[in-house]
Write a protein that binds this ligand. Sequence first.
Ligand SMILES: *Cc1c(COP(=O)(O)O)cnc(C)c1O
Length: 407
Amino acid sequence: MQRRDVLKLVSAASLMGGVLGPKQLAHAIDKKAVTAASRNLFKELGIRTFINARGTITAMTGSLMHQEVLDAIQDGAQAFCMLDEVQDKVGERIAKMVHSEAAVVTSGAFSALTLGLAGVLTGMDEHKVRQLPHLEGTGMKSEVICQKSHDIVYNKALTNTGCKMIMVESAAELKNAINDKTALLFFLNIEADKGQIGHEEFVRIGKAHNIPTMIDIAADVPPVSNLWRFNDMGFDLVCISGGKAMRGPQSAGILMGRKAIIDAARLSMPPRGFNIGRGMKVNKEEVLGMYVALEKFVNQDHDATWKNWEARTAKIAKRIEKLPGIQTLVFVPKLGNVTPNLEISWKADAFKLSGEAIAEQLRKGTPSIELGEVKSNSVSLTVWMMKPGEEDIVAERLSEELQKAKA
Ligand SMILES: *Cc1c(COP(=O)(O)O)cnc(C)c1O
């Protein structure tokens, strides 16, 4: 079945007020996905697949790659080449797109953090590369400073190099904390509004003290301009996930920034095997896939994409709002995962079920659906990672379950 036909089917079904139930609609959409494949491994292995109404979550395998990215991976798998050469050539193209001096494809944003810091610590000294994560007595620096509100689990990526995190709150504290052991100043974009020190001031302090600055923007496109905004602003290193909004390979990310640091970071990466990064391998298929995903993302019509998300979100809202006692609210997170989210809420006594129970019903239903954040009297979702037409299924299933739950 062609995509066009599926869409026709889906829109016809929704016009006819759901002649096709969620099961049949899901089947039509799935069928399209598996026509090319001779096997359906999910079925064969009994793995639950679901409609993703939640977003780009690692535990839910992130995002679905576009056909162009799959083609790049397929192409990349057809020939041998030198791993360093594919990184060199792809890195140059990526750097141009994101306004940085250099770039390298890493195995996710997490490893970009580790490898970027490794590059800062070792420079081009292979002996130091071999010594990591042991810093004592090596002459290498050993501290990374960040704002208290920017201290999240992913900072483990930085301490993996052997460095210690030093927490500060004010700009004065930051300046005071800088000493001859300070390797890096680290900024977490998604918590930018929680700290006292803003992006620009942070970069200024780094430059004044000659300490490199790094920013984690893992989940922070759209807007697409974030790809270059922080390079333009003067951060020395910028780390982003490849498999979130950009829909590149889920196990890829990009480290971009100063050439001298990225050249040094690559000493801690495969194909070299004497380093802390040997387990963070990305092969040519993912490097090429990441490149194509980035290129497609940069060149896509972001306004049209946004309008499409809004229209599909509104479609679900319209369907659900018809139910008495239900309220809907569209909200857009400010700093990361910036896409329209729909919150569906009700007065605590209007329905027999909690948000958690409704989410469980949708998870157990056919097709299975994973919602976003759930509370006792609300559930939320986003169409961001849904395939075309899946919003109709989600609207139908939600409406079924909410009607059942009506007190
Ligand atoms: C997702 C995320 C990471 C990890 O990214 P990967 O690409 O999965 O390695 C790091 N930092 C933040 C803030 C994230 O949201």
